[in-house]
Unconditional design. Structure first.
Length: 100
């Protein structure tokens, strides 16, 4: 059977993306729960200051990771030679039809 196309490629692609978002949300929730517990646990002042900065460190780290993934994906973007040749044929055909 054919799969229904959606914004993310196919309905199964959406399920995969939803699963990733659920994992990310679970991780963020667990991190925040541990962080909130650490903030309330009465650590020494030295450790308290380090714990206060953990969410900022996590956000900056996630941003750097995201930039690296995007850069890697752009640098290794897959090329489809067959699709490019097919598109070139269609474009040539369209140009000939417009000239006629």
């Amino acid at each position: 059977g054919s799969r229904r196309q959606t914004l993310f490629g196919s309905e199964y692609g959406c399920l995969k993306m939803g699963t990733r978002l659920l994992k990310l949300g679970s991780f963020v929730g667990a991190f925040l729960a541990v962080w909130a517990y650490a903030m309330q646990s009465g650590l020494s002042e030295k450790y308290q200051k380090a714990v206060e900065l953990l969410p900022l460190w996590a956000l900056v780290s996630f941003g750097c990771y995201s930039l690296c993934v995007i850069g890697w994906s752009l640098a290794h973007f897959p090329t489809c030679e067959d699709a490019a040749a097919s598109l070139r044929v269609e474009m040539d055909k369209a140009q000939k039809e417009l000239k006629a």
